[in-house]
Design a protein around this ligand. Structure first.
Ligand SMILES: Cc1cc2nc3c(=O)[nH]c(=O)nc-3n(C[C@H](O)[C@H](O)[C@H](O)COP(=O)(O)O)c2cc1C
Length: 180
């Protein structure tokens, strides 16, 4: 059975849910995922057949703990099957401009870490107004208002296509085999 490291960072919990769903569908597809939160441990990529890293964008940057881990292990990561999943709100928008903005942040991540993921996926995240502290809630609401996005802070707004996440998990379960 292929062992796959699923390392993730999540500021308000949404990527944690995505990583959990990915791991679930990898398991159903016959792989053995190891779900680890970045910063909690320092897993060695060499102990796995493939590595999937998931993080979200906050102020145009992916979480520091993922950048630090990927930088420290970039050489090992470049020599094995890998995927990077970038979760953001720009990925929820269907325009060339938003695709360019998301791609620029992924390019920054690659430049900063020195790791070139074998596969990159951009997934739409969520607006989790109920998880934010009052300052963040007001700030995000203002930004969303300017962009014509949801401003109802009494509930969360989930833009993730969960069927897509399930399909992606099944595909990523085959990452080690693709490399053979
Ligand atoms: C303070 C803040 C800043 C954000 N900045 C960006 C951003 O620059 N670009 C973007 O596309 N999404 C941005 N987002 C949206 C997050 O990427 C999205 O909410 C994601 O689902 C968060 O996942 P997490 O809860 O696992 O961290 C931001 C969200 C917050 C709360």
């Amino acid at each position: 059975m292929s062992r796959i490291l699923v390392l993730y960072a999540s500021t308000h919990g949404h990527v944690a849910k995505i990583a959990d769903r990915l791991a679930g569908s990898m398991r159903s597809a016959g792989a053995e995922p190891d779900l680890i939160r970045a910063g909690a441990e320092d897993p060695d990529p060499a102990s796995y057949d493939a590595v999937v890293v998931a993080a979200s964008l906050h102020k145009a940057k992916h979480q520091d703990e993922v950048v630090e881990w990927a930088s420290a292990h970039s050489e090992a990561l470049d020599s094995m099957p890998t995927a990077f999943i970038s979760v953001s709100l720009t990925a929820a928008e269907d325009s060339d401009e938003s695709r360019k903005r998301t791609q620029a942040c992924v390019d920054d991540f690659v430049g900063e870490t020195g790791w070139t993921p074998g596969r990159v996926e951009r997934l739409a995240g969520a607006l989790q107004y109920r998880e934010y502290d009052p300052f963040t809630r007001a700030l995000v609401r203002l930004l969303m208002k300017r962009g014509g996005h949801p401003t109802d802070t009494s509930r969360d707004h989930d833009f993730t296509d969960w069927d897509e996440v399930g399909r992606l998990g099944a595909e990523l379960a085959a990452l080690p085999a693709e490399a053979r």
